[in-house]
Structures are given as structure tokens and as C-alpha cells.
Design a protein around this ligand. Sequence first.
Ligand SMILES: Nc1ncnc2c1ncn2[C@@H]1O[C@H](COP(=O)(O)OP(=O)(O)OP(=O)(O)O)[C@@H](O)[C@H]1O
Ligand SMILES: [Mg+2]
Length: 249
Amino acid sequence: MRKIAIINLKGGVGKTTCTVNIAFALAAKEKRILLIDLDPQANLSLSLFAAGEKTAYDLLINETHVSECLFKYNDFVDIIPSKDLDKAELAMAGLPNRENILKKALEPVFNYDFVFIDCPPSNSLLNYNALLYANEAFVPVSTDYLGITGLRKVIEMVESVKKAFGHPISITGVIPTMFDQRSKACKESLAEINKGFNGEVLSEIRVNSTLKEVPKKGVSIFEYDKSSRGAKDYMKIAEEILDSRFQYF
Ligand SMILES: Nc1ncnc2c1ncn2[C@@H]1O[C@H](COP(=O)(O)OP(=O)(O)OP(=O)(O)O)[C@@H](O)[C@H]1O
Ligand SMILES: [Mg+2]
């Protein structure tokens, strides 16, 4: 089971879009997926109409068993929806071993091929919890002038978590997002990303207006328009993830 945090401290770079569409591309290949919405903004939950009696709040704060917090989206995808995670984070701050609350709560989880965590855009306790559960981080990076600075910050954060907690985690994929072939800034930024990251840079996700329309439909791009650029780009990434030359955990 691969445990992957999708993280960048920079906002609006495509974290949630990557989480949803990589997950559903893998589900189309019959992989079993658990999606965890760890962002107080709840964008992933809102865009998949995922809600339930019990949520990530209950998992983290009320010690509710993880099996009760699952929203069953379809045969291949389960979701732990986000609700009141800003309040959860405040409550967690006073708890012992506060950085490992998610890891402990997810101990009973083993029957998925992939667990993906959609992380908030902040240097927060929720993100430390995500990184201390995961063994891998995927970093969506916007292909613009400031994208590379966001990538450097995440590399620093992951390294500091690794050192401070002795936790095995690596950035196993950087995903260039919002790529526009006609833009000089995008091409320069992509070159910078390739130069600045000494690891696997997955294929770029092109700018695609269909990706902007999908969240209000409650489905992934594959159910909405599988011939769109967005669907093709995310399917290619899923294939790269499965074909990865590297074996992780
Ligand atoms: N390839 C793309 N082309 C066009 N629009 C995109 C693309 N990817 C994402 N978007 C849009 O950009 C916006 C930000 O994307 P998204 O919500 O995935 O970013 P995020 O990093 O999760 O943001 P936040 O930091 O707020 O959680 C959304 O409106 C989304 O629909
Ligand atoms: Mg998001």
C-alpha cells in the first residue's frame, strides 16, 4: 500500500485537482484508493460531494474508528471527508504526540493500493500529521515564475520532518501543473523544475478549462469528459506512477 501526501505550501497550484484525478485515473485501472481530505477548506470533499455522519474530525479528535469515517464513493474509491478541520487542528495542538495522531488513527488501514492525502497550503500541524503518516510526497508545482520557490520550500519541509522525527519519507514525484506550451514563462519554469529537483518529475498537466468545470459536478474528469486534455494528462501520470522505475515502500 503506497501512502502519499499531495503537498505544497503554496496555494492554488493544483493539489486538490491532482489528488482527485490521479486517484480516479488509478481507480479506472482497478486500483483501490483511499482519499483523505485533510484541508479545512474541504475542496476535495466539496468537489466529490463527499459528506457523512463521521468525518476526518471524528477520526482525529473523537477516536472514531476509521471504518466509520469512510464515505464510499464507488467500488474502488473511499473518501474520508473534511469537516471542521480548523477546529480539529486547534484541539490537536494540546494533545500528546500531536504530530502522529493521523498515523495512529490510520493503523487499521491496509486494504488499499494507494492512500492519498490532499494537504492544506500551510506549514501546519495537519501537514505534519500527513507527512508522518505518508512515506511518499507528490508535489504539484505550478509552471510559473514562483513555482520553483514553492518546490524548494516543500523539499526543506520534508527534509526537516525526516530529520526531526526519523521518519522515512521522500518526494517521489513532482508534478508540473497549469502548463501552457505557448508561454515562455511556463517553458522556463519547467526547465527550472527539472534542473532544481533531483528526482522523478512526472509529465506536465496542461492548462485545461474542463478541469475548472468539473468540481461543481461531483465527479472526476474521467466521468465528466474523458476525451479532454485534462483526462489524458492525468491518465498519463497514473501510468507513469504505475510504471515507475523506482520501487518505493
Ligand atoms: N490544469 C489546470 N488547468 C486549468 N485550471 C486548473 C488546472 N488545475 C487546476 N485548475 C484550477 O485551479 C484552481 C486551483 O486548483 P486546486 O484547487 O486544485 O489547487 P490547490 O493547490 O488544491 O489549492 P489550495 O491551495 O487552495 O488547496 C481550481 O479552480 C482548479 O479548478
Ligand atoms: Mg486544495
